[in-house]
Write a protein that binds this ligand. Structure first.
Ligand code: UN1
Length: 511
């Protein structure tokens, strides 16, 4: 296996990484030093300086200047530059995917998948750059033309989480670039090097195209930097991904200054398994949804609502599947589950399992912290299966770890009620071959989530759809479909080419 240095060399980051890459050539952060350790084997990935107050001001000013140049470049030409960014991600897919795996702890397949998601959103944004359509309307006044058009917002602030260190930023940034905005990105302080790698790749493309590098700015720091961004009216839009607690704070700060926000927050996603499900596809869908990324996706399957007639059989199959899971170094492709991000996350995993048992749940598989060779960081756990009831309050909380609560239902309406009866509303799924059940689940009486799947698990959404959820998930939409509209401002234009000045609503005003 390659060492960290070899990966960084492949990314051409070695030697140049010890500085904050902000869009200002060779400028370094002047704040305290931040060390990034891998949860895989505890190795130090590198150290980087956080931004201080002065750095923050420089970054915002640089982005503002760059935004003025960028917005004047025709959208399809901006799209061409985004196309080149996609190609650069293709070139660096392997080392970047490995760095993501190493720094965040997800499996190599998922690290590579994350980079693929970045490539895909670049392709989407290229097409979008020729499709930023507005409508035209018929004016009620003669010889008047009415239309709406979309303009860039300026500088967009992106706050991203550790669990998708690069892909979620790219959903926002690539769409935002096509829309004509500059971006300031605050990545998670737990994964700064994955962000630095992306920034370096992007900067090179901007440089080659002779456009200001400040179109893509990075700012590394802790919560205080995120708060500064949320309160900063020079950032008309803040797109934030993370916990509901964080999102409520950001939403409040942005709301106070009447800014715009896109919030993509916690999920508590359930799969309903009907007695008419094809278990051959349901089992891998459930297991991948629950243990993929070690249960640290916002789309992770956290609750399983199973028809009583098949409950025992399904439970047996799941216990067997969980027993076969290999937990260890995520860069070793024979392992299914890597580490949690840090030992704090492990403590939360243990506390939730203890609480679930206290509330009457029964642990039927996993739930242990692994120690010893290959698991020395203390971040590796065996995914937990817990028999539970929907009335247990712990099942209504998002614990960012691989814990799956199993529950029984007797009719589909009841299952849908259980599925919706949580504060979060991100993703949901049903496994059934019964068309009436599937349609009820997708109807207005069905799932109340932003994502509703049939015969597919809750995680692994494609970039072409709008991504996000309702209730405490925050209501924002990112990525595909018409999510781009949130990154632009709409302008309604009415133009009079007559020789009169008729007023709307038939009002007369004679002088
Ligand atoms: C997240 O966990 O914040 O749908 C994003 C999925 C991925 C994205 C997850 N495409 O699971």
């Amino acid at each position: 296996m390659e060492t960290i240095n070899e990966i960084l060399i492949a990314l051409k980051l070695e030697g140049s990484i010890n500085g904050l890459s902000t869009g200002l050539e060779d400028w370094k952060g002047q704040g305290p030093s931040l060390s990034s350790y891998s949860p895989v084997g505890g190795e130090l990935i590198g150290e980087v300086n956080e931004a201080n107050e002065e750095d923050y001001e420089k970054v915002i000013a640089t982005a503002q200047e760059a935004a003025k140049v960028w917005r004047d470049i025709p959208a399809p030409q901006r799209g061409e530059i985004v196309r080149q960014m996609g190609n650069a991600f293709r070139t660096y897919k392997e080392p970047l995917g490995k760095l993501v795996s190493l720094e965040m702890g997800k499996s190599l397949q998922e690290g590579l998948g994350e980079v693929q998601e970045m490539i895909d959103i670049c392709d989407f944004a290229v097409g979008l750059s020729r499709q930023l359509y507005g409508l035209s309307m018929h004016s009620e006044r003669p010889s008047h033309r009415m239309l709406e058009q979309w303009h860039p917002l300026g500088v967009v602030g992106i706050i991203s989480a550790f669990n998708f260190p690069v892909a979620v930023w790219s959903w926002n940034a690539m769409i935002s670039f096509a829309c004509g905005n500059a971006c300031v990105w605050k990545p998670s302080e737990k994964t700064p090097f994955s962000a630095l790698a992306c920034q370096k790749i992007i900067k090179n493309v901007l440089k080659e195209n002779k456009v200001p590098e400040g179109v893509s700015c990075l700012i590394i720091g802790q919560r205080a930097i995120g708060e500064k961004m949320a309160n900063d009216s020079r950032l008309p839009l803040i797109s934030a991904t993370g916990s509901t607690r964080m999102g409520k704070a950001v939403g409040e700060m942005v709301g106070k200054r009447l800014g715009k926000s896109i919030l993509e927050l916690g999920g508590n996603n359930a799969i309903i398994v009907s007695k008419e499900a094809d278990l051959k596809i349901a089992i891998p869908g459930i297991v991948f949804g629950a243990v993929g990324t070690a249960g640290q996706r916002c789309t992770t399957t956290r609750r399983l609502i199973v028809h009583e007639d098949i409950y025992d059989a399904l439970k047996e199959k799941l216990v067997k599947a969980y027993g076969q899971l290999r937990i260890g170094n995520p860069l070793d492709e024979s392992n299914h589950v890597g580490p949690l991000i840090d030992t704090d996350a492990v403590k939360q995993f243990e506390a939730a399992i203890e609480e679930a048992q206290y509330q009457g749940g029964k642990l039927i598989s996993g739930g242990k912290v692994l120690k010893g060779e290959g698991h020395a960081t203390g971040c590796y756990v065996t995914p937990a299966l817990i028999e539970a009831s929907s009335s247990m309050s712990i099942t209504k909380q998002e614990t960012f770890a691989p814990i799956l609560y199993l529950m029984k239902y007797s009719n589909l309406e009841e299952a849908i009620t259980i599925q919706n009866d949580v504060p979060q509303g991100l993703s949901s799924a049903i496994f059934t071959l019964n068309m009436r059940e599937a349609e009820l689940f997708l109807s207005q009486k069905g799932s109340d989530c932003g994502i509703a799947n049939v015969n597919i698990g809750t995680s692994g959404a494609e970039i072409g759809g709008a991504f996000g959820g309702e209730k405490e998930t925050g209501g924002g939409r990112e990525s595909g479909s018409d999510a781009w509209k949130a990154y632009m401002r709409r302008q309604t234009c009415t133009s009079n080419w007559s020789t009169e000045l008729p007023l709307a609503q038939g009002i007369t005003f004679d002088l």
